[in-house]
Design a protein around this ligand. Structure first.
Ligand code: NAD
Length: 339
């Protein structure tokens, strides 16, 4: 039997990526939807053959507890709503995939992990690039120190946003932060998975333009992290032309993914030439792998604890940026996982 997934929040990512990916998955399928928009109900029922009784609203969401056709709840809402819906899903006895960033505070991340543990349900974060062959290759070559022990990472994820009217990502309460929470988190993730190490220290600098349209959250930010094997320089912005790259400088030359963080079209090179790999449907593989984790009772490779770790580092980047780029020690990372 395929596991049933309920998508919570039918915005851009659910509509354009996750629902189409669920037509390709082998171990799970789209069995239910949760939406606050009446017009979307009929459209989704028709397009994806969803049963009328498997359509929920945010108000009656908790009734999923009585629905055996929902095994997994996938939370695809504005960032500050992730915690509430993850916890309600766990209480209803469902496994959860929660989109990135996991939450808007470390304390919410902890509550989410505790709720899923208490319910004996698995919790996974929507870190799709762990399922992309190019990023996976970078992880393997970086972590094995294939091209030498000393390395430097340089990575950026940016694009230009010209209108923030009605855009929840520019709203501090809903987004929790700006470009860092949304795009920079990919650079943070990439640095850590390329080194395969935890960062030791960091400093950050808010580089939002003086005449920026962003007034509640940062439009641009840069930060640097030290690792046992080298440094990572990271940049992210809503105020710059599109950039998406992950560069690894090693003793034996340069490795590069460009673009590195897109849904498709990722390309990569190493000192030995082009990476002969194919792009895959990252979301389909991500959801099938989680379904397999549930069916075989194995651990997610992108668990809640990883989301918590990243939210903790994000808080430290903001702390440094607010404190004249003071160097922040990250010795405490292993301890934050003691819940
Ligand atoms: P979106 O704005 O397109 O959709 C958000 C959905 O939430 C909409 O359906 C909206 O109706 C609903 N919603 C419910 N309450 C709301 C409220 N109070 N304010 C605003 N919207 C409300 O956003 P999106 O791009 O689909 O992003 C949703 C989540 O998915 C975010 O956490 C984002 O970071 C994540 N995301 C992840 C990826 C990825 O590649 N992993 C890509 C895009 C988005």
């Amino acid at each position: 039997k395929k596991l049933g997934i309920a998508l919570v929040g039918l915005g851009t990512y659910s509509t354009d990526q996750l629902a189409p990916a669920l037509l390709e998955t082998k171990l799970c399928y789209l069995s239910a939807i949760v939406t606050g928009t009446k017009e979307k109900e009929q459209q989704w029922i028709e397009k994806y053959g969803i049963k009328k009784e498997n359509v929920y609203t945010y108000k009656n969401f908790d009734r999923i507890i009585d629905n055996d056709e929902i095994d997994i709840v996938y939370v695809v809402l504005p960032n500050s709503m992730h915690a509430e819906y993850t916890i309600r899903a766990a209480k209803a006895g469902k496994h959860v995939i929660c989109e990135k960033p996991m939450a808007t505070s470390v304390s919410d991340c902890k509550k989410m992990i505790t709720a899923c543990k208490k319910a004996n349900k698995k919790l996974s974060i929507g870190y799709r690039l762990h399922f992309d062959p190019f990023n996976d290759n970078m992880m393997r070559l970086g972590q094995s120190k294939f091209y030498g022990n000393k390395m430097t990472v340089a990575t950026e994820f940016s694009f230009n946003v010209s209108d923030i009217n009605h855009w929840w990502r520019a709203n501090k309460k809903l987004a929790g932060g700006g470009a860092l929470m949304d795009l920079g988190i990919y650079c943070l993730q990439a640095s850590i998975y390329t080194f395969g190490e935890l960062p030791l220290t960091l400093w950050g600098k808010d580089t939002t333009k003086p005449d920026s349209i962003f007034n509640e959250v940062e439009g641009s930010i840069e930060w640097e992290m030290t690792f046992p094997s080298g440094k990572a320089y990271c940049k992210t912005s809503y105020e710059s032309p599109f950039k998406s790259h992950l560069i690894l400088n090693t003793e034996k030359g340069k490795l590069e993914l460009s673009p590195s963080f897109t849904y498709d079209g990722i390309k990569g090179t190493t000192p030995d030439g082009e990476m002969e790999l194919k792009n895959v449907n990252q979301q389909a593989l991500q959801m099938d792998t989680f379904a397999q984790n549930i069916l075989q009772d194995t651990s997610s490779i992108v668990p809640g604890e990883m989301g918590l770790r990243d939210n903790y580092i994000i808080e430290k980047i903001y702390e440094s940026a607010a404190n004249h780029s003071a160097v922040v020690n990250l010795n405490d990372i292993p301890n934050i996982l003691d819940l």
